[in-house]
Ligand binder design. Structure first.
Ligand SMILES: [Fe+2]
Length: 453
């Protein structure tokens, strides 16, 4: 008998099995008093043991981990599954009532955001957001009073001036269409447009500039063959697909998209985008994968994912690609105040190139694009760091005047910690480290949700 192992169920990818609420947290250093709010992070954590031969990392039930900071103290750590009906049933609970889209009731596992004073766990591909309480208990699924036509996305972009959320959502049942929505600061859907892509593509993320929504039409498509094979995430690379990037005017009609051809590749995450100060075009910084779900079908692992600067002329010319850093990296972020505007700094997680992902050490890498330099920070022997979130010291602070918040896992201690790093000196002594009572499995995305949001 052959035992099947799945790297996304091994090591710190393995799920944790308890929901904890812990108010006595060991802290070293000092937590800045300006940090009043919650650091939240979502990720897959199957509630029941999946079939290792079929488990896709993107399909594990969502679990949100949170650390509350206030008045220089770490008030609590909590972790909670997002109670989709299947998760509630597995935990012996009643389901949470609410809308379901496309018969896809799923515990959103990819990102968690604060918006309009509310908290939402979110995911792509058709399932609705789940709303959570401040303490991470599930309220129920949310379609924004019926205004969200289908599922949402894991990566809305908040315009720093208006506070509105721009999103590109996809669902296999919409054929080649994606939905571009704008949710206002009261969490109402202000506008919704359908844009036709070249196929039924998986659009994980988008970007905005002050003028455009940036659409990624790249060769990972819904696959009936994958469905037939029983794939839980039925999207596959398609050779020969016409790869392109579209610029949709922020308030324009769907027909106004200007498309720009690009060499075949896959982009989960733009770092940021902004309008060229002179001319029609934009600059788009992305993490570029040479391919995706072509040979590795259970998770994202197909060669070095490099940081690139793409130049689009806004007139339909081919994308000009410029390599910024050829080291493998992912989870790019910028200061939320410069989303859609020129950025000087960017943050990412650098990973070693290996198929043995379960024991892969990772580093935080902080790019200074003005100087053309980067600073790396290690988290100890075998330490694994997650996406970093920048929090400014004050609303009008300079772009690197604040802190980077991120979770890091120590294999020696088999536990995780919340690091608060000084953004101007990320490799230096941490501002604070909050020790957590358990490990936080490798996951996806998180955010700082200040109390005043
Ligand atoms: Fe993502």
């Amino acid at each position: 008998m052959t035992t099947v192992t799945n790297p996304y169920l091994q090591g710190n990818y393995a799920p944790v099995h308890e929901e904890l609420t812990v108010t006595e947290l060991a802290v070293s250093g000092s937590i800045p008093e300006q940090l009043c709010g919650r650091y939240l992070r979502n990720g897959p954590n199957p509630v029941t043991a999946p079939d290792p031969a079929m488990y896709h990392w993107f399909t594990g039930d969502g679990m949100v981990h949170g650390i509350r900071l206030r008045d220089g103290r770490a008030e609590w750590y909590r972790n909670r599954w997002v109670r989709a009906s299947g998760v509630a049933a597995a935990l012996g609970e009643d389901p949470k009532p609410g809308p379901v889209h496309g018969n896809m009731d799923f515990g959103a596992n990819t990102n968690v955001i604060g918006h309009a004073g509310r908290t939402f766990a979110i995911v792509e591909a058709g399932s609705l957001p789940y709303e959570l309480t401040d303490e991470l208990e599930t309220i129920g699924p949310c379609d924004f009073d019926g205004a969200l036509e289908g599922g949402y996305t894991a990566h809305p972009k908040r315009d720093p001036q208006s506070g509105e959320l721009y999103a590109v959502s996809y669902f296999w049942g919409w054929g080649n269409d994606v939905e571009v929505s704008v949710i206002d600061t009261a969490a109402r859907v202000r506008s919704s447009r359908r844009v036709t892509m070249g196929g039924s593509v998986s659009v994980h993320d988008c970007a905005i500039t002050e003028r455009f929504v940036v659409l990624l039409d790249l060769p990972v498509l819904f696959s009936l063959e994958a469905v037939t094979e029983g794939a839980t995430f039925p999207y596959r690379w398609q050779d020969g697909y016409h790869s392109r990037v579209g610029l949709l005017p922020r308030e324009g009609a769907s027909t106004e998209v200007v498309w720009h051809d690009v060499e075949p590749c896959y982009v989960f995450h733009p770092m940021n985008a902004y309008d060229e100060p002179d001319g029609n075009g934009i600059v788009l910084d992305v993490v570029r994968h040479p391919s995706m779900f072509r040979t590795h079908l259970l998770g994202p692992s197909e060669g070095a994912s490099t940081l690139e600067r793409w130049h689009l002329d806004g007139l339909g010319g081919a994308v000009k690609e410029e390599r910024l850093d050829d080291h493998g990296q992912e989870f790019p972020r910028v200061d939320e105040r410069v989303v859609g505007r020129p950025h000087r700094y960017g943050y990412a997680v650098a990973v070693a190139e290996t198929d043995d992902i379960s024991g892969t050490e990772s580093l935080l890498v902080c790019h200074d694009f003005e100087r053309g330099t980067s600073t790396e920070r290690s988290f100890g022997r075998g330490g694994v760091v997650g996406e970093a979130v920048f929090v400014p010291r004050a609303d009008d602070a300079a772009e690197d005047d604040g802190w980077l918040l991120t979770l890091a896992y120590s294999p020696d201690k088999d536990t995780s910690a919340l690091y608060v790093l000084n953004a101007a000196d990320p490799a230096g002594e941490p501002q604070a480290v909050v020790e957590l009572p358990q490990r936080v499995p490798v996951g996806f995305h998180g955010n700082w949700v200040p109390d005043r949001s």
